[in-house]
Design a protein around this ligand. Structure first.
Ligand code: ZN
Length: 242
């Protein structure tokens, strides 16, 4: 047996200090603005070139493009570098955890990645930066360079299924971990919520760091309401190491 596994389950609150708003949560921007929600709804996106044109502009002008990792992302990297086996399961698509230096192979992005684009026909992947450069150069709705199909951000849009393989791996981590730290997530959206439940049922220590109460607070061994940027670094430094 190796050293006990720590799982970090992260949501939008982890990236708030980086200037990225909560787009997708229960009270997220997209949920409050039906017109904006159409930009990230798969059926509307496929059906309407105007939606796609606006969606590319929205991505290009998003604060996420220039966002930098914050103290909480760096604290998770520091934990991993201290020799503790850590896996990150994130609802975020911003890629900031990897930008902070966390190993790509140890992170599962439940909602995909906004740093990449994928073709809706041949599924080829390429970089978001490249696609946005094409938008800026005058292609309002850049097509797949391999097959001419419709390109989209490699995120899970509303109306799309989560990648079953990513989900299965996340569930396995939730069951195997000894400590699960849920940070910046309201635990109101599946599958994140059920992952906290799985970890708790499996006997893991459940720690919740979130500004607002979550439905899993009664199950938690520790609930922290302080700002994530200061609370998470301290909490991860003080984690029991065995
Ligand atoms: Zn294609």
């Amino acid at each position: 047996m190796g050293r006990p596994l720590v799982a970090i389950l992260s949501g939008a609150g982890l990236s708030t200090d980086s200037g990225i708003p909560d787009y997708r949560g229960p009270n997220g921007l997209w949920r409050r603005d039906p017109e904006a929600e159409r930009l990230v709804t798969y059926s509307s996106y496929l059906a309407d070139p105007d939606i796609r044109r606006r969606s590319w502009l929205m991505r290009r002008d998003s604060p996420a493009v220039k966002a930098e990792p914050n103290a909480a992302h760096h604290a998770i990297v520091a934990l991993e570098r201290s020799g503790v086996p850590v896996r990150v399961i994130t609802q975020n698509v911003d890629g900031l955890q990897q930008r902070a230096g966390f190993p790509e192979r140890k992170i599962l992005e439940l909602h995909g990645s906004a740093r990449a684009v994928s073709c809706t026909r041949c599924h080829a992947r390429s970089s978001m930066d490249e696609a946005l450069a094409r938008v800026t150069a005058g292609e309002p709705d850049p097509a797949c360079e391999a097959c001419g199909g419709i390109l989209k951000a490699a995120t899970v849009m509303f109306g799309e299924r989560l990648d079953p393989e990513v989900l299965a791996r996340a569930m396995a981590i939730a069951k195997a971990c000894r400590i699960l730290v849920a940070v910046g997530t309201t635990l109101q959206v599946q599958p994140a919520a059920s992952l906290a439940g799985l970890a708790s049922e499996g006997g893991a220590r459940l720690v919740i760091v979130n500004a607002d109460p979550t439905p899993y607070d009664p199950l938690a061994d520790q609930v922290v309401r302080e700002p994530i940027g200061t609370a998470l670094p301290r909490l991860l430094r003080e984690l029991p190491r065995d």
